[in-house]
Write a protein that binds this ligand. Structure first.
Ligand SMILES: Cc1cc2nc3c(=O)[nH]c(=O)nc-3n(C[C@H](O)[C@H](O)[C@H](O)COP(=O)(O)OP(=O)(O)OC[C@H]3O[C@@H](n4cnc5c(N)ncnc54)[C@H](O)[C@@H]3O)c2cc1C
Length: 498
């Protein structure tokens, strides 16, 4: 039988990869291919952390394939041209791939499919990126859910049986992979610098091996999942799994995360069980936002709530630049933005907090923040990023009610009480006593002098007064959202951990 191609995109792993499983089920050899798109890699929308994450994952995948006597066909250029050239070279007549839910990816897949099918290549799409497809969990009448809690309930009810079995990589070693000689030489894995990006040892390290180690450590007995319900809210305590860049590049599969988490839940009791359930709930938020993007694709560019298009956003380049640089004068906001800029990742509570600050305190359009995150996160993902931003801006489905506005100083005192996280990322405040770390501008001048801080020079004065900004935000949001969608916004659930 002719060999086939598995076209990898956001599924850079061998274990539990549905397209690979489907290809291996046929009695033919399989070549794994990835196409680098130079114009996307050079575009402003793709940031250094995610480029590095993907290149790391590709290098690790190639090493794994070589150990199994095969190789990764790494191509560069136009998707359809490169895949059809590879198909002709190795004599493949079928291409397997996993579906993507992002609008641009859907358009790309449609055009590649049309082009390859014209050449007689059969394309097979599989569901891999989410546990359930966008129309598998819906209301009885076929309408999509718009509220998370009933979606979650239905999701959990429908979970069994596992829709697609995991494929152990041992099976691949048994011989479904095309040999390295038959694939021939393809391009080397580039460095981020080759496409104009910087690399950094502080960005997340992404590979299949690392993903599985992270999942194992997180879920094991005594692991962070046991304290997740509480600890996930404290950025200094590092109580989350750090799997998001892996779920983005697909170095771990979502089925494996769910299955292992449910196993862990079933053997747990009391607060540990509640904690595992809280983690499962977050994985289901991911499914929820993927479903929302697929069923309401307008959210990629517009607010979910049509009325929210009338929110009178400000446009202040100065405020936006201060937010981006972590120089707002609000220490936890600044620490969070500097964590993002330096590490390519940000803690969830801080994402909620900085998003609220941008959209409420600064009254700047959520799309600006969404775009900035997209360019700076190693886990940047349209569905979750958009869902998170629209939640914080009160423009989304099941979003934060517009009148619930985070107080950045109170949040800081609750979730970073002794300023440990702030001190890690805002070194100029390191010497300030705990009592003033959340609000340096009001510290006594003598203390500031002793800590080597000069407000307005070594550390900025607050760029807005939160109390004043809160009233400004309420004045802007209330006429639009209260009048237009009272039930949808008032009913909105409190987000876990808020
Ligand atoms: C404004 C904003 C923007 C965000 N942008 C992204 C993004 O681009 N990519 C992204 O993966 N997540 C995004 N999130 C969700 C969340 O912040 C991250 O998934 C989480 O911080 C990743 O850390 P972790 O893997 O340690 O999470 P854990 O707490 O260990 O959670 C496990 C997994 O569950 C999923 N998850 C957790 N929280 C959420 C959530 N609130 N919504 C949806 N899925 C969730 C993620 O896949 C995560 O890896 C955003 C949240 C907000 C508020």
């Amino acid at each position: 039988m002719d060999p086939s191609i598995v076209w990898l995109r956001r599924d850079l792993r061998l274990h539990d990869n549905v397209a690979l499983f489907e290809a291996c089920r046929r009695d033919a050899r399989v070549c794994l291919a990835f196409v680098l798109d130079p114009s996307l890699l050079r575009s402003e929308r793709v940031g250094a952390p995610i480029v590095q994450a993907f290149f790391d994952a590709l290098a690790a995948l190639r090493a794994n394939l070589r150990e199994l006597g095969s190789d990764l066909a790494l191509l560069e250029g136009d998707f359809a041209t490169e895949l059809s050239r590879l198909a002709r070279r190795i004599g493949a007549r079928e291409v397997f791939y996993n579906e993507d839910y992002e609008p641009e990816a859907i358009a790309r897949d449609a055009s590649v499919t049309a082009a390859l099918e014209q050449e007689g290549v059969v394309m097979h799409a599989s569901l891999d990126h989410v546990y359930f497809g966008a129309d598998e969990i819906q209301l009885d009448g076929g309408q999509p859910y718009k509220v998370f809690t009933p979606f979650k309930r239905r999701w959990i009810e429908r979970r069994h049986p596992l829709p697609r079995p995991p494929v152990p990589s041992a099976q691949l070693a048994k011989g479904c992979l095309l040999s390295a000689e038959s694939i021939g030489t393809t391009r080397g894995v580039p460095r981020p610098e080759d496409f104009g990006h910087r690399s950094s040892a502080r960005f997340p390290h992404v590979s299949e091996k690392r993903a599985r180690a992270l999942l194992g450590t997180f879920l094991r007995s005594g692991g962070a999942v046991e304290r997740y319900e509480v600890e996930r809210n404290f950025p200094a305590n590092d109580g989350t799994s750090h799997l998001s860049p892996h779920l983005r590049a697909g170095t771990i599969g979502i089925r494996e995360c769910f299955e292992r988490a449910f196993e862990r839940r079933d053997e747990s009791r009391g607060h540990v069980r509640a904690s595992v359930e809280a983690w499962i709930g977050e994985l289901i938020w991911r499914e929820f936002y993927q479903m929302i993007l697929a069923r309401f694709p307008h959210v990629a560019t517009e607010p979910f709530l049509p009325a929210a298009a009338r929110i009178p956003w400000r446009s202040s380049e100065e405020d936006f630049a201060a937010w981006c640089a972590g120089r707002t004068g609000y220490p936890l906001i600044d620490a969070a933005m500097r964590q993002l800029n330096e590490c390519g990742w940000m803690h969830n509570r801080l994402r909620m907090l900085v998003a609220s600050f941008l959209t409420k305190d600064l009254l700047l359009d959520w799309r600006r923040g969404e775009r900035y995150f997209e360019e700076h996160l190693a886990d940047a993902d349209v569905a979750q990023n958009n869902g998170g931003w629209q939640w914080a801006a009160s423009t989304g489905t099941d979003a934060a009610p517009y009148f619930r506005i985070f107080n950045p100083m109170r949040q800081s005192a609750i979730f970073d009480p002794s300023g440990t996280f702030i001190r890690q990322h805002v070194p100029e405040l390191r010497k300030l006593p705990d009592a003033h770390i959340h609000r340096p501008s009001t510290a006594p001048p003598l203390l500031l002098a002793e800590a080597g801080i000069e407000i307005g020079r070594t550390y900025p004065a607050p760029i807005v007064d939160h109390a004043v900004a809160r009233v400004r935000a309420l004045d802007a949001f209330a006429p639009v959202l209260r009048a237009a969608k009272p039930r949808e916004t008032m009913r909105a659930k409190k987000r876990p951990g808020v």
